[in-house]
Structure formats: C-alpha cells, structure tokens
Design a protein around this ligand. Structure first.
Ligand code: ATP
Length: 138
C-alpha cells in the first residue's frame, strides 16, 4: 500500500461527507484527517513549486479563504490512483474527459477545482509532513 496526501479546498468543505464517501467507495482508507485554516505563509510553502506563476496570488487567496480538509489516503498505487480519481486540473475539462471524477463532480473550473493530490511519492511525503508532522497527539 502507498500513502498520499489529499486536500479538500475551502469551497467544498461543506460537501466533505459526500466527497469522503466517494473516496472510500473507490478503495482508499482515510488514515489521517484534519481541518485547518491555512495562513498565507503555509499556502506559500505548500505551493513553493508555483513560485512566480501568474495564478499564485489568486491560489493563495483561495486556499486561505476558509478551512481545508487535509487527509492521508492509503491504497495500492495510492499516489497515481488518487490523481486518477481527482481527474484533470480543469474541472470543466474533467466533466468532458473524466465525468465520474472528483473534479468533474465537485469542482467549478481550472482554479476552483475541489481538491488537491500529490503528484509523486516525494511530494506526498513533503506535503504529509507539512500537515501531519511527527508530534504528540494534537
Ligand atoms: P494540485 O497540485 O492542486 O493537485 P494540479 O497538480 O492538477 O493540482 P497544478 O498545476 O499543480 O495542478 O496547480 C495547482 C493548483 O493551482 C491547481 O489545483 C489550481 O487550483 C490552480 N491552478 C493551476 N493552473 C491554474 C491556472 N492556469 N489558472 C488558475 N489556477 C490554476
């Protein structure tokens, strides 16, 4: 089994029950979960790879507009499997190419796209460490 990092973006947190049901029905185990309000610095650290991109300021604004749901998911080939269930970055394209995907079902467009998924095992470890650092119960 392989772990990955998943995040429900602020505008779909109210649909978390429905989305978690889809995640579980697709064979994932939700092994960690927390609801957190990111600060600007957290969002900039999380999206460090997008430094300099024109959409970064909007993305940071969006991701800090309310709490997010951070999760560790476990499944066979979990990283690729979660990216597959997410669908393409652009939700409108997802509705054409991957109609049953999370972004097709719950996203709006190419920026308000419902959820995040790590793109590699290395990213998953980095992102899980940001949200679930080794620490006592808290
Ligand atoms: P994520 O990393 O969130 O799983 P992704 O890997 O499909 O998504 P990235 O290219 O890493 O997409 O972009 C990160 C996020 O930035 C996207 O999920 C989306 O919210 C936003 N984004 C990406 N491209 C654009 C764009 N062209 N215009 C506006 N927002 C964008």
């Amino acid at each position: 089994k392989q772990r990955t990092f998943a995040m429900l973006k602020p505008d779909v947190v109210e649909k978390m029950g429905h989305i978690m049901k889809v995640i579980i029905q697709n064979g994932f185990k939700i092994t960690k979960l927390k609801m957190v309000q990111m600060k600007r610095d957290h969002a900039l650290e999380f999206y460090a790879e997008h430094k300099g991109k024109p959409f970064l300021p909007f993305l940071v604004e969006y991701m800090t507009s309310g709490p997010v749901i951070a999760m560790e998911l476990l499944a066979d080939n979990g990283v690729a499997k979660w990216r597959e269930l997410l669908g393409p970055t652009d939700s409108e394209q997802a509705r054409k190419d991957a109609p049953g995907s999370i972004r097709a079902l719950f996203g709006k467009d190419k920026s308000l796209n419902a959820a995040h998924g790590s793109d590699s095992c290395a990213s998953a470890e980095r992102e899980l460490n940001i949200f679930f650092p080794m620490s006592p119960i808290a």
